[in-house]
Design a protein around this ligand. Structure first.
Ligand code: SME
Length: 157
């Protein structure tokens, strides 16, 4: 995918997401549809989903892909690092990230973006790919846009 096509794809996904979750107040249902939309809408993913904060750990939420580890302590792995920093973590090669938690040995690169509401990390969106360096800053911005749609909508109810 070219750098011209990526923003257009995310804009299209953001529109589809708004339509999918409009009128639905159930956050888990909306997370589930967001995970499905991303997994089927973006190329070259082997996992897409959410971990939600529960105290000092992240707990597996709605996702698409193979079964994954259920609990990740804040600060551990890529997801835990993202939740601790409250900022996106882009990992071009998971083998180079100390402490990476390998749920699926096929995953080669990963992008984790936080869900932040009122300065609090609610959870993270985690994308995995079997391709090295699958994700870049445009994916990061695109995922932030999708999370924005999800959370603005949540605020309406
Ligand atoms: N690789 C992640 C764990 C979650 S799975 O990829 C679905 C991590 O290191 O936090």
């Amino acid at each position: 995918m070219t750098t011209v096509e990526k923003p257009a794809l995310y804009r299209d996904l953001a529109r589809q997401l708004a339509a999918l979750i409009e009128g639905e107040a159930d956050f888990v249902a909306n997370l589930a549809n967001t995970a499905a939309l991303i997994y089927h809408g973006l190329p070259d993913l082997n996992w897409a989903g959410f971990y939600l904060r529960g105290g000092a750990e992240l707990v597996l939420g709605p996702f698409q892909g193979k079964p994954a580890c259920v609990r990740i302590p804040i600060g551990k792995g890529v997801c835990g690092a993202c939740a601790e920093r409250g900022a996106a973590v882009l990992v071009p090669d998971v083998h180079d990230f100390p402490g990476h938690i390998a749920c699926d040995p096929e995953s080669r690169s990963e992008l984790v973006v936080p869900l932040i509401e009122n300065n609090r990390v609610l959870g993270v969106l985690d994308l995995d790919s079997p391709l090295p360096a699958r994700f870049d800053e445009l994916d990061c911005a695109g995922c932030e846009q999708l999370i924005g749609v999800l959370l603005v909508h949540r605020g309406k109810y």
